[in-house]
Design a binder for this molecule. Structure first.
Ligand SMILES: Nc1ncnc2c1ncn2[C@@H]1O[C@H](COP(=O)(O)OP(=O)(O)OP(=O)(O)O)[C@@H](O)[C@H]1O
Length: 455
């Protein structure tokens, strides 16, 4: 029978820890909980529960590592950070040193802004929700963001207002990528090696391959000039090389920067436009082809296409999409927008995808923005562009794309909104030099067998 004795000391410690979550250490709170449990329920029961919990987690990790990584790991990491990195005494000292505490006028007591919640969705980015003191404003924290970053030994800290009296500190603990570019993947030779639902584009912050599906997807890439959008045009093509060679994937490209970006790989494309009128023709021809494909699928009573040389996956890659959707002659812009909307709403099941690359992801520049299904945000020039690209609240959750320096050491780094998750994932695209692109062209057009690098 469990004892009902409530030892005053443990009770008080537990109660105090609940009332002052920022002021107690996890060992103290845990010790209080465990002691109380041992006194109330006995040692074997407490040990059994703790052991069961640990075994349960271990079993989950071994049995379903993917769901463990997406569900349990962020929560465990958040707990660990809450009670280790941002624990009471250390937190108070940091805020004191950064002059972000206030003082009770009557008693002279120090009032430390309280931590409400810590989220650590990724190993390198934490978001701390903080209730600021009366008399403080978010801009006071913004002014001290640099000092906070140094005090927390972090790369950078961004401050986001959540609601009155609550700010979020988005803490980028480290840059998981070094200054060297990620080399392109070895050219695959066999079409069987290619999975169009997982084309490798680079690395994630976890050091895993960053893959993206190109089946039934429209890819939107936003980034300021020099952010590395080009690598996200070439990496998919490299990843699909044998299918390009075999005619199972057929890309068209629109490059209204006088064709500068795509000249080196011009032979990879089925159609290519470098001026506005040809671009409009290509969009219309792409839409017409979609209609034919739909008629074909209807005739065969199929609702989905399978990529083959007869019915290839068609990609329309549009560099500087804004020049097509905002800066052309207004009547033509309207008709191109209509065609693109038709392609994007109907093309997915029929194997027609659009990849758009923009410097300015605003609705004015890209009115069809919402029709894209997969999004990448490289370095952008304003905070608001992050949420415009990835979705509301993504900057608050850690996608500090506006803070990525615009230099070659950071080109190709950005954030993606992972499917099925509201957390941003930091990624870096692999980089292909002109030489690599020429190798790709030779392989696709002449079937030249690629040289494999030997590890
Ligand atoms: N993934 C990458 N990794 C490392 N460096 C890169 C990467 N992508 C691009 N770079 C470097 O950054 C430079 C600018 O890249 P890129 O031309 O792709 O930018 P962009 O966003 O397309 O700019 P713009 O809109 O002006 O065309 C490249 O010349 C290259 O040196």
């Amino acid at each position: 029978m469990p004892t009902t004795r409530k030892p005053a000391l443990e009770w008080r410690a537990l109660k105090w820890s609940c009332q002052h979550p920022g002021m107690v250490t996890v060992p103290a709170a845990l010790a209080a909980c465990v002691t109380k449990s041992v006194l109330d329920f006995g040692l074997p029961t407490t040990g059994g529960v703790l052991g069961g919990a640990v075994l349960g987690l271990a079993g989950w990790y071994r049995g379903h590592p993917d769901s463990f990584d997406t569900v349990a790991l962020p929560r465990l990491r958040s707990l660990h950070r809450r009670w280790w990195s941002y624990v009471g005494g250390r937190w108070s000292d940091i805020l004191l040193d950064c002059e972000l505490v206030s003082f009770n006028r009557r008693t002279g007591d120090v009032i430390v802004p309280r931590i409400l919640e810590v989220r650590a969705a990724s190993p390198s980015i934490d978001t701390i929700h903080v209730r600021i003191n009366r008399g403080q404003t978010p801009s006071m924290f913004e002014d001290k963001a640099d000092a906070l970053a140094h005090a927390l030994l972090a790369e950078r800290v961004a401050v986001v207002k959540v609601k009155p009296q609550v700010v979020a500190l988005v803490i980028e603990r480290e840059n998981p990528f070094n200054a060297d570019a990620i080399p392109p993947i070895d050219l695959p030779y066999d079409a069987d090696e290619i999975d169009l639902s997982a084309i490798e584009l680079g690395d994630t912050e976890y050091g895993q391959p960053w893959t993206q599906s190109f089946v039934g997807q429209h890819l939107f890439v936003a980034g300021a000039t020099g952010s590395g959008k080009g690598s996200l045009l070439w990496s998919p093509l490299r990843g699909m090389a044998p299918l390009l060679r075999d005619g199972v994937v057929k890309p068209d490209v629109i490059d209204l920067k006088e064709g500068m970006e795509t000249e080196v790989g011009a032979d990879l494309f089925h159609r290519r436009a470098t001026d506005w009128d040809t671009a409009a023709e290509i969009v219309e021809a792409f839409r017409d082809e979609l209609k034919e494909r739909q008629a074909l699928l209807r005739g065969e009573r199929k609702r989905k296409f399978s990529p083959s040389a007869e019915t290839p996956l068609r990609l329309l890659m549009i560099d500087e999409l804004g020049m097509l959707t905002a800066y052309g002659p207004s009547a033509e812009v309207r008709s191109v927008l209509k065609l693109l909307a038709e392609i994007m709403t109907q093309g997915r099941a029929a194997g027609f995808g659009v990849c758009g690359y923009v410097q300015e992801p605003t609705k004015d520049t890209v009115p069809i923005r919402e029709l894209f299904t997969a999004r990448v945000c490289l370095s952008v020039t304003s905070q608001s562009q992050v949420d415009m690209t990835l979705g509301d609240g993504m900057r608050l959750r850690g996608a500090l794309a506006d803070e990525i320096p615009l230099d070659p050491a950071h080109a190709g780094i950005g954030f993606v909104a992972e499917q099925g998750s509201r957390s941003p994932l930091r990624v870096r695209a692999s980089y292909q030099s002109d030489e690599d692109i020429r190798e790709l062209v030779d392989f696709v057009t002449k079937g030249r067998r690629p040289l494999r690098s030997v590890a």
